[in-house]
Ligand binder design. Sequence first.
Ligand SMILES: Cc1ncc(COP(=O)(O)O)c(C=O)c1O
Length: 401
Amino acid sequence: MYRGTFSIIDLRALSHNLQVLKRRLAPDTRLLIAVKANAYGHGLEPVMNVVMQGPVAQVAVATLEEALAIRKAGYDIPILLFGALGPLELTIAARHQVEVSYIPTWDDYSILPQFYPPLKVHIPLDTGMNRIGFKSIESTKAFLDWVRSRSDVIWSGVYTHLACADASSDEHAQAQIRQFRAWLRELEQDGYQVPLAHAANSAGAWRDPAWHFDMVRVGISAYGYSPDDDVLAMPELRPVMHVYSSISRIETVNSGETISYGATYRADRRMRVATVQMGYADGYPRVLSNQGTMLVRGQKALVVGRVCMDQLMLDVSHIEDVQVGDFVTVFGADTPAALTPQAWGQTAAEQRERWLVDIFSQQQIGTQQLLPLNHLATLAGTISYELLCQISARVPKLYVQ
Ligand SMILES: Cc1ncc(COP(=O)(O)O)c(C=O)c1O
């Protein structure tokens, strides 16, 4: 490691969150964890290693490639695939025992090839998201009749997805749940024995136990975040990802001078400005130009001027003793006291990852000041999910066990 920009993925927090989530469920309710998109940007394999030891019954991915990566790495756990698949892809899914949920051309299901081993299917019901699934009970039943006619296709579940489970009003979600229940009832009445029903994402799982059904499908809360802190506070959860960078220059900027591309920031006083080794190519949103904040020596510092590809500037005028090499918190827990420029400089480049992991391992999780990702996401006009997924591969991930 040469550049002092990195992320800490605290797997202790992940395992803590899984336990918190499991405790909220009835004992026989299954916990599914979404590990799509490289485990929401946290790295698939290290997350899977924790998932395999925790109270998790099943994982979910979006693409066949993601499912096969899990199988290739040797994890033996049920996988549910949310994304669309054609006939060739379904054959591969069956071969690797990946449960599918969505065949784009439902009308053509009668021509699907033979599957071996049998293909497991969770049937999506569209109760109001208008993204995937059957929109009527009649088409669902027609599909189920076809499934029954095939010994190589197994009906493994039925589900819906809530569009507004994190909204301040639960009206939309309640309407979806009512519709889901009505369809489940109708299926049962007509002799279709529903094997497994599921509806709730993180917000739904947190919001109402009546929405849990047989399984909950949780993503963002496993990684430590509420989908919306204002609507659903989840204080027991701990953020898994923490991102840090470091200061490469500190200079005086005089009143009237401008900072960064486009000269969008003009100093109205004499300032101390720090350059930080993080930019939009690392995943720091450019839209946070003149808006974002980072923690420097435990204090908030504002991003001044435009975020560049590899660097950005902070106003550190109010922060005493700040020096070149200081580490800054991009989001997550404040930097540990042992993380000093001097110690960094004295540690050989090839030892730094080990050294950093040791420092962060000694931190008691959940005790430090936090720069909340959700706050940054709101400023950037987005959600924590997007920011987590877009921290780029250029930022090394260091795993604390
Ligand atoms: C179908 C489905 N279920 C569950 C989830 C998990 O959602 P969350 O991360 O909000 O818990 C997702 C994520 O997008 C999803 O697409």
